[in-house]
Write a protein that binds this ligand. Sequence first.
Ligand SMILES: Nc1ncnc2c1ncn2[C@@H]1O[C@H](COP(=O)(O)OP(=O)(O)OP(=O)(O)O)[C@@H](O)[C@H]1O
Ligand SMILES: [Mg+2]
Length: 519
Amino acid sequence: MAAPAHMPGEDVWQLFDLGAGLSPADLSTHLSKVTKLCKAWFSADGVSLFVRLEDSDAFVLAAQSGADRELPGASSFRLGEGIAGTVARSGEPLILNGPVDHPQVGRSGGPPIGSSIVAPLTATDGETVGVLNMTRNLGTPRFQEEDARTATALSRHLGFALANARLVARLHASAERERAMAAQTNLILNSLHVGVLVVDAVGRIEQANGEASRFLRQSDSDIVGESWLKIVGRLPKTLGRALKTAHDSALRGITQRHDLPKVAGRYLTAYTTPVPRGGVLLVIEDHTEQLETERELQRSRRMAEIGQMTAALAHEIRNPLTSIRGAAQMIAADNSLEGAKKWASVVEEEALALNSLCDQFLEIARPLSLHTDDVNLNALLETLASRTRLEASENVSIEFRPLAGKPIIKADGPKLVQALRNLIRNAIEAMPDGGELSLGLRRSKGFVRILVKDTGIGMTDEQVAKLFTAFFTTKPKGTGLGLCNARRVVEAHGGAIHVKSRVGRGSTFEIRMPLEASA
Ligand SMILES: Nc1ncnc2c1ncn2[C@@H]1O[C@H](COP(=O)(O)OP(=O)(O)OP(=O)(O)O)[C@@H](O)[C@H]1O
Ligand SMILES: [Mg+2]
């Protein structure tokens, strides 16, 4: 009978160190060491260690010790396959006594095998993560029950160590992934042309891109980790106060856009969003350049418009001038007082027409300055409707239904009335045989729509396309400037005019005005 497995204390400690912190890179070196130790402790002639591939039922040879020809023949097996596979599935160790000839345990060719121990490596959750396999040649003492018990205890420890090593590997991988994600997020954030920062629930700046640091500190140094209040406290007073208000509104769960006070000629807007785990996300945008480009564009569009109008005006002036010249010639030729009077009044009439043309042209060419105030659109339209009822002929009915609540907008009241009167006059003029004029108000998201609808002659698509061109008119006495003026006033308020029309059915003009406040 052979002596039971002998494990010198020093060796055992080496084994326990294994479990403590096996890094994935060290794993194969350690497993080789284990097979060597086992060979010595159990006086085995061959030791092999199989480990299970992750998320698979395949086991592969990870380390071995002993002369080649004495080693198990197979380098891999599946759960349930052969002796080792059966042990892996049952989780129970096995002693095989007597000659064994099995690819996973022994192989004919070398010295015959007299006995073997096959022990499962089990992880804490009971899963078999590997198989330890030890053989002794025929003619040497056989393995005993006690060897099997020791081998089982050892295998269990190895199982834990192996599972641990895998856990560590997974942790390393996920930490690595997280680092890569964080680096990518930073790259994205820093390539943005807006400032992005997160203030945590206790008021510390948790994250900030370069642009945010530049906005808030006017320098490139990082503001992460600093107190939000301290940072805004150092800003110009009005800006700091506005940013604090924006931040506080998000703390109360409100997602909002805040136009910040103009500082050092810059137009800034902050967008705030509450962060679900507490804290606030702030996005700060500097749209000074964009605004300037837009203004420049508006200016050049306007210059082009005025150029076009001037050309048209020259053309418009020619007709009355021809009449005036004709009348003057008639005066010169006609000696009678009666005749001179008649032609002089033609001169006066045409001169007046020219004067009014010039007035209207100047009105359009002059920069428009608005004097805005709260305007209640219900009251404004009610007044317009009453006044129109007085002016229009009886066969035109005028209708206005006010909007529920008080639709109040910030606008230049008199200029808005002027624009609407142009639309109303056109509507009445489009219904020479009578019809219905309805004035309406609708509330849309962020806008109020003012509708002027008639049941008049309507327009073709070609007419609609030319509508807002200066001097476009189909009326003998029209200037063709009414709609131009109306659009200019509406656009100066940040609004827009749209038209829908059908020949013979009527037209609807819609003015969209930004809704500043409503009750
Ligand atoms: N409600 C409408 N129905 C049909 N046609 C219209 C309507 N409103 C405008 N138009 C057409 O658009 C043209 C231009 O209108 P705009 O108000 O600019 O000038 P006008 O009415 O001709 O002249 P002015 O306004 O100086 O008296 C009109 O001549 C007409 O052909
Ligand atoms: Mg008109």
